[in-house]
Every structure is written in C-alpha cells, then in structure tokens.
Design a protein around this ligand. Structure first.
Ligand code: GDP
Ligand code: CA
Length: 324
C-alpha cells in the first residue's frame, strides 16, 4: 500500500513512528513542512524535516521531542560569548553538524529535496522524506507587541520561530502568512507521490502552521483533492485544546475555533473524507458528519508506539470505509 503523509514536526514524527509499526510493509512518502525553516548563524535550519528524520532514524531527544539525543551546547555558548545570538533558539553541537552539511550542499547548488535525501542516507528513516518545496517559504506571523505604559503596541510581522519560540505565542496573532508559498512549486516527487497514493493521511500536526503551510504550496491541495483516494485526518485538538503546543493561538489567527470539529470543517469535505476525534470528543462526531466528513471517536493520545499504531489502524480502517 502506498501512503502519503503530510507532516509537521513532533506530532507528525510521532504519528509516523506508529504508522511504520502498524503498516511495516507500506511504501510511505512524507511531505514535510518547510515553512518553519530559518537561517541562523549563516546556516539553513529545517526544524520539521529534522524532527521527522531524527525521530524515525533513532537520533531524537525523546523527552523534548526535537533536537538530538545526548546533546551539548558548546558552540552556542561560544557564540554567546561573542555576543552573537539569537540565544532563544536551541541549537546543539550535534544538531549543528546537520545544518552545516545542509548549508554546504545548498551552497554547492543542490536543491533541498536532494539535500534531504542525502541526510536521510545516514538516518534511514524508513520513509521517503520530501520537503513540500525546494523553494524558500517562511511562515510569518502578524502580531502586536505590547507597547510601554499600556500603550497600543506596534503591529509587525515576525518569523514564525520568533513568535513560537521566543515569544511562546504569548502575544495575539492577527494573521499567519506562508511568505513565498504563492510563488513556490511542489518539490520533485510530491505531486507524483500524491497521484500514486492509495491513501493520504493528515497526522495530528498543526492544521495552520504545519499542514496548512504544506497545502498553501500551489498544486498540493488540488492534487490531494483530485487524487480520488481516501484522505483521512486525526485531530490535534483533544477536549477543545491542543495536546501540546499552542495550536489554539494560530487557529484563532485564522478564525478557527479550537475544537476537533472546527478543525475538520476548516479542512472541509472538499479535501477530507474521514476524520478521527478523540474519545473525549465523541460529541463532535455528529457535527463533523453533518459537514460531509465521515467521523469516528477513538483514543488519540500518542503515549507510546503501540497506542499510536492503534490510532493508525483506526485511520486506515476509516479510509477503507470511505473507499467502499
Ligand atoms: P510541530 O511542528 O513540532 O509543532 O509538530 P506538528 O505540527 O507535527 O504537531 C503539533 C500538534 O500535534 C499539536 O497541535 C498537538 O496538539 C498535536 N499533538 C501532539 N501530541 C499529540 C497526541 O498525543 N495526540 C494528538 N491527538 N495530538 C497530538
Ligand atoms: Ca513545526
């Protein structure tokens, strides 16, 4: 079976671990979000691609969910000693090597898709990992930073990482813009993988800044909608709140309530055929089905690989149900 998965970072990576366990013989292509990418210290950093690569390749810091295991921060300390920041973005010594190799290859003229393939030759993630695009796309967030003395602050656009990591999504977001997406093309292999897929899965990744960004690359949403195969998603919102992170903040910025049903309606029946909500959100099933999307309530907490594999089996079963 050929499975295409649109993935962000932690939520996508953990889901993929369960998918590999539940469907060991499947041919899995992952279309990874690159809207989180940022240039730091002259290096190109791709946090979501790396989270997927490290998680599936056995190099991830398990507790944190991102970054390398057994990490040290000597380089960062030395940079700080020169007064060179940002100090709010955690780049460890082992992680630095990945970004150095990537940047070197990009500078030599290789596209990001080829670079990602080269990095994966070491990590052997057991899936085909494709960036959504070889073109530069950076998610920016329009915010109002609080002014002094309670004055109306200044409205400005900042890089997603600055909003998410430095500000911890603590200021209101007015808009989320995947800058560059409208001019971008899907990376080689992306549209072909979608066209050849038997099923497309949306893991419980962030619907706005992970999956939303991938869908913003012209051609990808259309290819999925037109593929004529079941498209099934799993809710990242459980009990009206994100399981981890701050997805509620970016959902509010695009005018979507933080409920499992509202996220399903946001994707819409033109894209989604099936949607899984957590058992605690059983009450949302009728609302999702009324929107023309087949829906089931099942446990959706990725506590370990077995629990995640059970979620995957539910998603694949729902896919077969809508196919029939
Ligand atoms: P990021 O790029 O690291 O933020 O990761 P993703 O976009 O792939 O996934 C983030 C989303 O995963 C968040 O909105 C969380 O609510 C969701 N998430 C994390 N763990 C779980 C879980 O165990 N179950 C469910 N249903 N969602 C989860
Ligand atoms: Ca991310």
């Amino acid at each position: 079976m050929r499975i295409v998965v649109l993935a962000g970072g932690i939520g996508g990576a953990r889901f993929l671990r369960g998918l590999k366990s539940a469907a060991p013989d499947a041919d899995i292509t992952v279309i990874g979000n690159t809207g989180d990418d940022i240039h730091l210290f002259g290096l190109k950093v791709c946090p979501d691609l790396d989270t997927v690569m490290y998680t599936l390749g056995g190099g991830i810091n398990e507790e944190q969910g991102w970054g390398r295991t057994d990490e040290t921060f000597r380089v960062k300390e030395e940079l700080a000693a020169y007064g060179v920041g940002p100090e709010w973005f955690g780049l460890g010594d082992r992680d630095f090597a990945t970004h150095i190799v990537r940047t070197q290859m990009l500078s030599a003229g290789y596209p990001l898709s080829a670079v990602t393939e080269a990095l994966c030759a070491r990590w052997k993630p057991g899936v085909r990992l494709l960036p959504m695009s070889d073109d530069r796309i950076e998610t920016h967030v329009a915010v109002t930073e609080p002014g002094s003395d309670g004055e109306e602050g200044e409205r400005k656009a900042i890089h997603f990482q600055e909003y998410w990591v430095r500000l911890r999504a603590s200021v209101p977001a007015h808009a989320v813009v995947p800058v560059g997406a409208d001019q971008a093309k899907p990376a080689p292999g992306v549209l072909e993988a979608i066209a050849a897929a038997d099923v497309v899965l949306f893991p419980p990744s962030n619907p706005v800044v992970s999956i939303g960004t991938i869908l913003a690359v012209p051609g990808i949403r259309e290819a999925i909608a037109d593929a004529g195969v079941p498209v099934v998603g799993l809710s990242p919102i459980v009990g009206d709140a994100p399981v981890r992170g701050m997805a509620d903040k970016v959902l509010a910025a695009v005018g979507v309530e933080s409920t499992a049903a509202a996220v399903a309606r946001h994707y819409g029946s033109g894209l989604l055929d099936g949607w899984l909500v957590d058992s605690t959100d059983e009450g949302a099933v009728a609302e999702v089905e009324a929107a023309g999307i087949r829906c089931r309530a099942v446990p959706l907490m990725m506590t370990d690989t077995d629990a995640t594999a059970a979620m995957v089996r539910e998603a694949l079963a729902l896919a077969e149900e809508v196919r029939a």
